[in-house]
Design a protein around this ligand. Structure first.
Ligand SMILES: [Zn+2]
Length: 512
């Protein structure tokens, strides 16, 4: 009989709280951690020499869109390398259900149904999920551009209450996306009150992250204040040329709210480009009635002219990405039937085809049944660094696992923060970087016993080389795994060794 199933001997521990590095041996027994003084003589089924390496809690990705990626890979719709890019960089818990979009209600009736589906396929790491307001609204109200009735709001509140009781980790909105964008502040506040009753956060992709970012932040703060829910701002940024530099004011606002006692946090990814759906470049009215109606409108030249005019003039209350930048800053990430377009900007493709940009976009969306994702080069480096440095900012990849040339953040975020921004640029030290990807995130989403290395904690770990860890995923080659991640442990089982995903599938959909 050995004392432990796994013993990591000779490393230094970054425990997830931000405390200084300390030499400790770390052991696993029954899926939980035991922290030992260095040089312990305990025995284990597997002893690993981790001298020169850092042992940290497994990274918790605060923001993903990987709700069903492992299922899509099992169905052959997604490459397995896509589905596993997160765990290969050390992510042991993915927080899904972001930006108002969750797998339930919709594709799955509830969290338990999603959990059963994932269990039947097996996953290397864990997943938790928020309940998305857009998914909720689609199920109850449909896709019409109108306020919800009182009865509809009450039905949404009931379903949200059930989902939070069943273990969803919070309530998310995506107020630039339809149908979420059709909701007014009062509707969201009523629903956020349910999150507050469960002591779970209101997590929001703001109604505007560009020229109207301050007003959008005010709306989010009012929702949190009036509902009593903790506020978490998703992928905080001030994007588009009119908003560059404004993180100075948005972060000051968040800091002063925290000083006044409000529970406010945010997440951020370490890149100056974002990624979303091409269809999100169209004004909200163009989506009225749902995706099929949107495609019908794109076939009609008169409707196209109206869309073109709105993109050039703007619409009050609408975040107009193209108007804040231009088609030359937007490149195609995934268009299944047009791989030749991937990696090129809309402006470039339109010029080569001698088409107006919106005509090209319409043609492309029609050919692809509306499913095209894009990368938008919309941010400035100083803003990204400012948000990363905020003590209340945690790391979330915003990864969107899709075929084609997706944003490299899904495969590179955590190693890029540790390697580039912490070690090379020196924005913050290693233990602070680790805290932003572990302890802080676990606390935000109520993941008890995770995000820390201490006796009795869940045995989710990452072992990395602090001198070598670096992202290698690029816009041209977005899935290259990082350098320097030596081992990933989930629920006590080794799931990744030297970049290779092994056969163990201990991951679960966690109800919290
Ligand atoms: Zn978002």
């Amino acid at each position: 009989m050995t004392d432990f199933s796994l013993l990591l001997r000779g490393g230094v521990v970054a425990d997830g709280t931000g405390a200084p590095l300390v030499a400790r041996d770390v052991a696993v027994v029954g899926g939980h951690l035991v922290v030992l003084e260095p040089g312990s003589t305990a025995t284990a089924d597997e002893v690993v020499d981790v001298r020169g390496l850092v042992v940290a809690p497994g990274f918790i990705d605060a923001h993903t869109h990987s709700d069903t990626s492992v299922l899509a890979a099992a169905d052959g719709e997604l490459d397995i390398a896509q589905a596993y890019a997160a765990v290969r960089q050390g992510v042991t818990v993915e927080v899904a259900g972001n930006c108002g979009s969750s797998a339930f209600p919709g594709s799955f009736s509830d969290l338990a149904a999603l959990s059963r589906a994932q269990e039947s396929v097996g996953r290397p790491n864990h997943l938790v999920s928020l309940l998305g307001h857009g998914s909720l609204r689609a199920a109850v109200v449909g896709h019409e551009a109108r306020p919800a009735t009182e009865q509809e709001v009450a039905r949404m509140a009931d379903k949200l209450d059930e989902a939070l009781a069943a273990g969803a980790v919070g309530f998310s909105t995506g107020l630039i996306y339809t149908p979420g964008t059709y909701a007014d502040t009062a509707e969201v506040t009523t629903l956020a009150r349910i999150a507050a009753q469960h002591r779970k956060p209101y997590v929001t992709h703001l109604r505007d992250e560009m020229s109207g970012v301050e007003e959008a932040l005010e709306e989010a703060v009012a929702i949190a204040r009036d509902s009593g829910a903790a506020l978490h701002i998703s992928h905080h940024k001030t994007a588009g040329k009119y908003a560059w530099g404004r993180t100075e004011t948005t972060l000051a606002t968040l800091a002063s709210l925290r000083d006044s006692g409000m529970d406010v946090t945010c997440d951020v990814y370490p890149y100056t480009a974002g990624s979303t759906a091409l269809a999100a470049m169209l004004p909200p009215w163009a989506h009225d009635g749902g995706p099929a109606r949107m495609l019908e409108r794109l076939k009609d030249p008169a409707q196209r002219d109206l869309i073109r005019a709105d993109i050039s003039e703007g619409v009050p209350g609408w975040e107009n990405t193209v108007g804040n930048g231009g088609w030359d800053r937007i490149s195609v990430a995934c268009a299944r039937r047009h791989p030749q377009y991937q990696g090129r900007t809309i402006a470039e493709i339109a010029a080569a085809r001698e088409l107006d940009a919106l005509d090209l976009v319409s043609e492309l969306l029609l050919d692809e049944d509306g499913d095209v994702s894009i990368i938008s080069h919309s941010m400035r480096e100083d803003d990204v660094r400012r948000v990363l440095s905020a003590p209340f900012a945690m790391i979330g990849s915003d990864g969107v696992p899709k075929p084609g040339l997706p944003h490299p953040r899904w495969a590179g975020t955590f190693s890029r923060v540790l390697g580039h921004y912490s070690r090379e640029v020196g924005l913050f030290g290693l233990t602070e970087a680790v805290r932003k990807m572990t302890g802080a995130t676990a606390k935000r989403f109520g993941l008890v016993g995770r995000g820390v290395v201490r006796n009795g904690a869940h045995a989710d770990l990452v072992v990395f080389d602090p001198e070598r860890i670096a992202d290698r995923a690029t816009f041209e080659d977005p899935l290259v795994p990082p350098e320097g991640v030596r081992m990933v442990v989930v629920a006590g089982a080794v799931v990744v060794r030297d970049g290779e995903v092994l056969g163990a599938r201990p991951g679960q959909v966690l109800a919290c």
